[in-house]
Design a protein around this ligand. Structure first.
Ligand SMILES: Nc1nc2c(ncn2[C@@H]2O[C@H](COP(=O)(O)OP(=O)(O)O)[C@@H](O)[C@H]2O)c(=O)[nH]1
Ligand SMILES: [Mg+2]
Length: 437
């Protein structure tokens, strides 16, 4: 690995130098501010960035491949897309351009109107009926998860395979064939929303206990009752107790689900509305674009960004920022199929650090991929779920299926690309209404 140290007046020009010298695949190992000019603390502050690149030749080859003409074309394309460009790094706009655009956008929306409000949530009154509902539901799901002998499939397959036999077994206890057909119609209303068969059947049975015969025949009324039942089954993150202790939120999850964007939204929310001091940490041997993305947000919000590649560095960074109210930890670039990198992640997010690990999942993902991600990222202790891209999913039932199956509380939802506006604190009733359309 070729390691080089760069000095510059600010992060923008330092990263530009790194990119020009080592190419876009460069890894940022550390950043720090030093003073130069022989005047001790009065010396001019200089930013020192240590960066490295694998000697594969790829980086070297890619340096200079973006011609001025190509850059101009990309700039034209970017400006034709309109003002509110995010630092998604899908094209090769320079750091300076992205930074300038984002700073302008951030200034314009310094006090955004549509910002997440922390709704007061109720956790103290769990009615006996709901407890019973939940335990029945869990029993039902666990029963369905028991592997069917000779069937090597996924948990989803097992559920599907177990369903018909249980339906047959239960139909006798539930009365006439006519009733069963009525129930099937109601199950279909839930299946339309992306809720899986087992969950749908259970919701219907609970809903029928709350509905009169006449109500059961009215799909609109039943949809509203379903929303109530679903709302009672959804668990959201408990409000953290009012305490002075620092909170450390780590976001883990597949690439591209929106972890970094959500980190920025959370940082902005805590800064603007909670008056909290925040530091952002990013764990990985990063490609420069990934670091830049977080640095851009860090510079806009004036929040320090640290890069950590080892458990030791993590402890050092947490110690350095022990005065902060909130540490947000991003884990860009981990593929759920990369076992080694998941083990490293688990090492860095060691339980004794007290991180609250949020698994970030895109609500616009198929059920099986969601279940797969939970299983693979289960190597790291998962405390909560965050569902992103709810604006992109036509049916939000998958969100409910994975939540119910794994029973991790939901902490936040995100519903768009805008930072910081598009984030919501999870509210079970609202999620239920969203699922039922
Ligand atoms: N539509 C939509 N896009 C989102 C949302 N959250 C993030 N994105 C976009 O998803 C892409 C990947 O986001 P990023 O934060 O880089 O994902 P990461 O790889 O998990 O860190 C970016 O283009 C984001 O703007 C969301 O709630 N809705
Ligand atoms: Mg990221």
């Amino acid at each position: 690995m070729l390691v080089k140290v760069f000095e510059s007046e600010n992060m923008a020009s330092a990263l530009k130098k790194v990119k020009e010298t080592l190419g876009p695949d460069a890894l940022i190992l550390s950043t720090r501010t030093i003073r130069k000019g022989g005047l001790g603390v009065l010396g001019k502050p200089i930013l020192e960035v240590t960066a490295a690149v694998e000697p594969s030749g790829e980086a070297a080859r890619s340096v200079g491949t973006t011609t001025p003409v190509a850059m101009r074309e990309k700039k034209a394309l970017a400006s034709s897309r309109g003002g509110r460009r995010r630092p998604s790094f899908e094209d090769e706009l320079s750091y300076d351009e992205i930074w300038a655009e984002n700073r302008a956008a951030a200034t314009q929306r310094a006090v955004p109107e549509a910002t997440p409000r922390r709704d007061p949530r109720e956790f103290d009154t769990l009615r006996g009926e709901i407890d019973e509902l939940k335990s029945m539901m869990r029993g039902f799901i666990n029963e369905a998860r028991t592997p069917v002998s000779g069937s090597p499939g996924t948990a989803g397959d097992e559920l599907a395979a177990a369903a018909p036999s249980r339906r047959r077994a239960r139909s006798g206890a539930n009365g006439t064939k006519g009733n069963e057909e009525g129930l099937d119609g109601l199950v279909a209303l839930l299946r339309e929303r992306g809720i899986d068969h087992e969950a749908a059947e259970t919701i219907v049975r609970f809903a029928c206990q709350r509905a009169s015969d006449a109500q059961r025949r009215d799909p609109e009324v039943m949809r509203a009752i379903f929303a109530d039942v679903i709302g009672d089954l959804i668990r959201v993150e408990a409000k953290p107790p009012a305490q002075k202790q620092q909170r450390r939120l780590a976001l883990i999850g597949p690439t591209g689900v929106g972890k970094t964007t959500t980190i920025a939204k959370l940082a902005a929310d805590h800064l603007l509305h909670g008056g909290k001091s925040v530091a952002m940490v990013t764990i990985d041997t990063f490609r420069i674009a990934a670091v830049e993305q977080l640095k851009v947000y860090g510079e806009i919000m004036n929040v320090p960004v640290e890069v950590v590649v080892s458990p030791k560095q993590m402890r050092g960074v947490l110690n350095r920022h022990r005065d902060k109210d909130l540490i947000l930890i991003d884990t860009a670039g981990r593929s759920p199929r990369d076992e080694t990198s998941l083990n490293e992640l688990a090492d860095i997010l060691a339980p004794e650090l007290g991180t609250e690990n949020h698994l970030v999942l895109s609500a616009a993902t198929r059920d099986e991929d969601l279940y797969g991600a939970v299983t693979r990222f289960g190597r790291v202790a998962i405390h909560n779920l965050i569902f992103t891209k709810i604006d992109e999913c036509s049916q939000a039932g998958a969100l409910f299926n994975v939540h119910l199956r794994h029973n991790f509380p939901i902490a936040y939802l995100t519903n768009g690309q805008r930072v910081p506006e598009d984030i919501l604190v999870a509210d079970s009733k609202k999620i239920a209404r969203m699922i039922m359309g």
